[in-house]
Structure formats: C-alpha cells, structure tokens
Design a protein. Structure first.
Length: 187
C-alpha cells in the first residue's frame, strides 16, 4: 500500500477544500473523506484493489473543489488532474489508468454499462457517503435552502433514498442496516 501517496492526497484534498476554488463549503472535505472510508470497506468486502479504490476515492471530486467551472465535467477533468499528480508521485502506470477509469465513471448520472469492481466500489462509496454526512444535508436544507422542518426532512430523506437506489445490488445488501437505521430518523 502506497501510504505515502494516500497521506499526500489527504493533505492535498484538505488544502484544496480550504482554498478559494472550492464553492461547496467545508462539507466537500467530509464528503470525500467518507467516500474514501466507504471505498476501503467495499474494496475489502468485494475483493477489489484496495489501493486503487482508496486513491481514486480521495481524487474523485478533485476537479469540483479546485474550480467550479470544472464541475460539469469534473469526472473527466478529475481523471486528468489525477494522472498529473500520480505521475509526479511515481505511481505505477497501470494503476494510474485504473484510478482514472474509477474517476471517469464515478457519477451515477453518467453511468457506463460495464464497470470494473474498482469502479463500482468508488461509485457506490460516492452514493452511500451521504449517509455519513446527514448533518451536512440538514445544514443544506435548513440553513442554505431555508426550508421548513417538514420540507427539509423530506428533502434529506428523498436524497438519501435516491442515493441508496444508485447502489449496485451487492452494495445495497451490504448497506441495508445503514439505510434502515438512517431512514428511521425521518419517520
Ligand atoms: Fe463527483
Ligand atoms: Fe463525490
């Protein structure tokens, strides 16, 4: 495991999330951190290359937090930025390509048909990460969108249900407990 690269990326992502290019607020870092945590869990569970999944998870939204203008195509820009950083860090060429594929295909809305197990882990970790960041979603609903208690609860609940429905069948099963525990709060 290239711990040196993972440590470097944590710092790099933290710094970019604090920089002027990040328009998503402090929640962006918590989101990426949660994706890395869930990515590691899923990679272990499904026998994926853990290192590739963890590195791709830390990098998957790097373009969005660097420059809001890159958001629309952040999966494409993110793959290029990842290549640049990982090449500089002397990461294995083949693994860089796997990481790039994970970043390109992490978006539920831009899903490709055939995903490698590593790509699936990152995409699923991205979707399930909302369950680890309910306070950020509540903040978005009540503080940023100014919703009423009921509107906000519905907004967050629906967002969580949509995220869960994006998961692959295997991950749905793996996270059933998390879904049920979290959704209970909104009834
Ligand atoms: Fe993303
Ligand atoms: Fe993400």
């Amino acid at each position: 495991m290239r711990e040196d690269i993972i440590e470097y990326l944590k710092k790099e992502i933290y710094e970019r999330s604090q920089g002027p290019g990040n328009k998503f607020g402090e929640g962006a870092y918590y989101h990426i951190e949660a994706v890395a945590k869930n990515g590691e869990l899923l990679a272990k569970k499904f026998g994926a290359d853990e290192e590739v999944v963890i590195i791709a998870s830390w990098l998957h939204d790097i373009a969005s937090i660097t420059d809001i203008d890159l958001y629309e195509m952040h999966h494409i820009h993110g793959a290029s930025i990842a290549e640049e950083i990982l090449t500089k860090l002397n990461y294995d060429k083949d693994k860089i390509n796997l990481v790039k594929e994970c970043i390109k295909n992490h978006r539920g809305s831009v899903k490709m048909d055939k995903l490698t197990i590593e790509e699936q882990c990152v995409a699923d970790a991205d979707a399930i990460s909302h369950f680890d960041n309910v306070p950020s979603l509540l903040y978005l609903a009540y503080k940023q969108k100014g919703m009423s208690i009921e509107e906000g609860a519905d907004f967050v609940k629906n967002k969580l249900i949509r995220s869960y429905n994006k998961l692959s069948d295997n991950s749905k099963e793996f996270y059933t407990y998390k879904f049920n525990d979290t959704i209970k709060m909104f009834k």
